[in-house]
Ligand binder design. Structure first.
Ligand SMILES: *Cc1c(COP(=O)(O)O)cnc(C)c1O
Length: 384
């Protein structure tokens, strides 16, 4: 069979399983209300949790940066793609995360594959089964031996750590992207110490939200116990790109060995300007995330009372687990008719038979928006 035949066959298979995806037609994007296929809907499917993507302060910084430095960095950072605000941003991140140094990478995806490719070559990686796809890809790329322990299963992690004698790395999301639940960081830190493992946390969904925006590790009082903090500017921080915050040695090593850093043009001024503004904005408004979590508690409580399965979410990400792909697609459509847009998450993003709606709440929802959400889910509960 030719490659083209295989492509056709696989596409048919994807469609048959209700796992077919298309790029939605979205206009009027820059608000919590968007236009989807001509319909005005409340967007609860973005990771712009604080609404900072539309923030005037960020826009201004971004425009200033373009005026000062142009539209492109023109090269990789280590050649000539560096400019003043890059260093400023990295200093701000290191201060924010209480680490010696920080390094900006081009996206969260690139950060994870670069980190693991650079650090894990001769190590064994221990990875939560529900960690983000970029971590899985990073492990594969590194060529390292790896174990995936059952989600949050510390007993299983310990059993695996006991058996292996090589250099060890434990890597985990802090807030899990499709479940909104949290990693047991205290226990992970304890195991890391006992079994002499390096600890890496991915704070993509916690940065800007927990611990006055500094992340979930900070909130748990564990910042200093974790070797490498990775997070993104692309979600709550309303911009793009990622950071790794760690010791001077680790950052120096990444600059010298991380292929995703060395062999790619550095981020453009517009992005770095917005990132810097975003960190400053969070420093001035440290309680935005807290407000969002309180709102999330309220919505979660409401959904539970309607009988929906919301898993173990503790964050702004609330799954509504409906199990089958069909149910999720039908539910998404019903909610759209009520003016609410949530993600329809299916395999391979989540395990089979755990297909779900993914609600991501945002800090700028007002009472009317919350009313709309509750009405829509009340209707869904009566319809399904
Ligand atoms: C989104 C996400 C990433 C990837 O970040 P991008 O900036 O979108 O490339 C990495 N890790 C986790 C846990 C994520 O949710």
């Amino acid at each position: 069979m030719s490659v083209l035949d295989l492509v056709k066959q696989n596409l048919n298979h994807i469609k048959f399983n209700d796992q077919y995806r298309t790029i939605p037609k979205i206009s009027n994007h820059a608000n919590k209300y968007i236009e989807l296929n001509g319909l005005k809907v409340l967007n609860l499917s973005s990771n712009n949790y604080l609404g900072l993507a539309e923030n005037d302060f960020l826009k201004q910084y971004s425009i200033e940066a373009i005026k000062n430095y142009g539209c492109s960095s023109g090269a990789s950072r280590i050649v000539s793609g560096n400019y003043e605000i890059y260093a400023k941003l990295e200093e701000a991140v290191a201060n924010f995360k209480h680490t010696q140094k920080a390094l900006v990478l081009n996206s969260g995806y690139v950060a994870n594959i670069s980190l693991l490719q650079a650090l894990a070559k001769n190590a064994t990686i221990f990875c939560d089964k529900l960690n983000h796809a970029s971590i899985i890809d990073g492990m594969l790329l590194s060529g390292a031996k790896f174990y995936r322990y059952a989600h949050l299963d510390m007993q299983m992690l310990e059993n695996l750590l006991k058996k292996d004698t090589s250099n060890k790395i434990i890597i985990t999301d802090t807030i899990f992207s499709m479940d909104g639940d949290a990693a047991p960081l205290k226990e992970i830190v304890r195991l890391s110490k006992q079994y002499e493992a390096l600890t890496i946390v991915d704070e993509a969904h916690a940065t800007g939200i927990f611990g006055e925006g500094r992340g979930y590790a900070y909130k748990e009082g564990l910042s200093g116990e974790i070797d490498i903090h990775m997070g993104t500017f692309s979600k709550a921080l309303g911009s793009f790109g990622a950071y790794v915050a760690s010791s001077e040695d680790i950052i120096d090593y990444l600059i010298n060995t991380a292929r995703g850093f060395i062999f790619s043009t550095s981020l453009p001024p517009a992005v770095i300007g917005a990132n810097l503004a975003s960190i400053n904005y969070i420093l001035k408004n440290p309680h935005l995330g807290e407000k969002l979590i309180l709102m999330s508690d309220n919505v979660r409580h409401f959904l539970k009372n309607l009988g929906f399965d919301v898993g173990n979410s503790i964050s702004q990400i609330i799954p509504v687990i409906l199990k089958t792909n069909k149910a999720v697609l039908v539910a998404q459509k019903i909610l759209l008719e009520k003016g609410v847009f949530v993600g329809a998450i299916r395999p391979p993003t989540v395990p089979k038979n755990t297909s779900r709606l993914r609600i991501s709440l945002r800090a700028d929802l007002d009472d009317n928006d919350l009313e709309l959400i509750k009405d829509a889910f009340f209707y869904l509960g009566n319809t399904l």
